[in-house]
Design a protein around this ligand. Structure first.
Ligand code: UGA
Length: 428
């Protein structure tokens, strides 16, 4: 059945859900507080890079299944469900800052009538949020369903249509069935459960992915200092189906808007429930240390970083996105600058000048080769495919020094050394 749906928040999650739900044939109306964002979305311009999203937005705008508004009343009018897709960044105590969530809830409350719309939480929330919302809407008799998202940036559209699981948590079975119906044409296991379990399943998934990355980084450090082949060790480890190969790439550590904050939220929740939290703090500490490890390699090889020219390849927190939130690369650049180095950066998609006041005091060049001009060292900080295909002899010729720190395990150590590099790899 064709539903009239409202999406609150036109960010990475909201826009992907809006475009994909419209693609499934529903009438989707998106509300966002940012007038510039809404104006450009109405023209079909997506404000960030996500494979396939701009085409899907344009197609569904044209088909009039997708509309954008800064007027909550317009977006919520007649909506049977309202999906909350606002950011929930880290709060100072490690929990989630739910101020945007609470504002979204007040907005929906003002337009809720006769038990509608069903409030659906997509944003990652603190455990207990569903029950809080239920109380907040008790007088409006509005049901609440937790439906956490598991989309990865860079492959979000694919993940929507081919999910590993669809999780729905609610005290209201009919509301849960109504939300499940939206996904009936999508092939993926559906889990219906209580709200707390649904909320926890999201935090636990991201905390576990973070743990796998930190585990891979710890094993990589042990393997390389004991003379083992890091990549082979991790590959062999991942062949065990009880472990699995995903998120076992060693590197500069995990970043992004989700893993670091959800890991912190998991630790916060464990502390609050007086249960063991040390595992989560250890995962975060290993992640932090991974950047320090790259700094130690550079300092060890170059002795002093002051006045040194370091080319940093990659700014995004991972490949195939222009997102720099909690980017390990930007954290490394900040440390290099603090140590007195001159940083020349490259990224195929991210533009430093677009970061405004948050941009580090680094220079950006249009190609990796240009960034390496006269550099004392090159660091591969993001796993963009093009860095795995670098013309190594040409890169070496451009540089003043010969140090190549492959912090994402992209290159073959033997080939790199043959090209004249003092090669240090993490994960390779
Ligand atoms: C993550 C989860 O993977 C999604 O399932 C979830 O829906 C999403 O958060 C969210 O909560 O919204 P995402 O933030 O897009 O997705 O990033 P990941 O692909 O998980 O990568 C996170 C970080 O780990 C990146 O910095 C990446 O470079 C790093 N990573 C990943 C590694 O260092 N090694 C790996 O093997 C994998």
């Amino acid at each position: 059945m064709r539903e009239r749906l409202a999406i609150i928040g036109a960010g990475h999650v909201g826009l992907v859900y809006a475009a994909c739900l419209a693609e499934l044939g529903h009438d989707v109306s998106v509300y966002d507080i940012d007038p510039e964002r809404v104006a450009s979305l109405r023209r079909g311009a997506v404000p960030f890079f996500e494979e396939g999203l701009a085409d899907l937005v344009k197609k569904n705008l044209k088909a009039k299944r997708l509309t954008f508004s800064t007027e909550p009343g317009a977006a919520l009018k007649g909506a049977t469900m309202a999906f909350i897709c606002v950011p929930t960044p880290s709060a100072t105590d490690g929990g989630l800052d739910e101020a945007p969530m609470r504002r979204a809830l007040q907005t929906i409350r003002q337009h809720a009538r006769g038990g509608r719309p069903i409030v659906v939480t997509k944003s990652t929330v603190s455990v207990g949020m569903n029950r809080y919302i239920k109380e907040l809407f008790r007088d409006r008799k509005v049901p609440v369903v937790s439906n956490p998202e598991f989309l990865r940036e860079g492959s979000a559209i694919h993940d929507f249509f081919h999910p590993h699981r669809i999780v729905l948590g609610s005290d209201d079975k009919a509301a849960m069935a109504a939300v499940a119906k939206l996904y009936e044409t999508i092939d993926g296991p559906v889990f219906t459960t209580d709200p707390i379990t649904a909320e926890l399943s999201k935090l636990a998934a991201n905390a576990f992915l973070a743990l796998k990355v930190s585990f891979a980084n710890s094993i990589a450090r042990v393997a390389s200092s004991s003379g083992g082949d890091v990549a082979a060790t991790l590959k062999i480890l991942g062949t065990d189906p009880r472990i699995g190969p995903g998120h076992l790439r060693a590197g500069l550590g995990f970043g992004g808007a989700c893993l670091p904050k959800d890991l912190a939220a998991m630790e916060h929740l464990a502390r609050r429930s007086a249960t063991p939290y040390e595992l989560f703090s250890a995962v975060a500490a290993v992640n932090q240390d991974q950047r320090q490890h790259v700094m130690d390699i550079l300092q060890g090889k170059l002795v002093s970083l002051s006045g040194r020219r370091i080319a940093v390849l990659g700014l995004a927190f991972k490949a195939d996105t222009d997102d720099v939130r909690e980017s390990p690369s930007l954290a490394l650049i900040a440390e290099l600058l603090a140590a007195g180095a001159n940083v020349v950066a490259h990224d195929p998609v991210v533009k430093l000048r677009a970061l405004g006041k948050d941009a580090p005091a680094a220079v950006q060049r249009r190609s990796a080769l240009e960034a390496a001009n006269a550099a004392d060292a090159v660091v591969i900080a993001t796993e963009w495919t093009e860095y795995g295909r670098l013309d190594l002899p040409r890169l070496r010729k451009r540089m003043k020094g010969d140090l190549l720190v492959d912090a994402r395990g992209m290159l073959d150590p033997i080939v790199s050394r043959k090209a004249g590099f003092d090669y240090v790899g993490i994960g390779s």
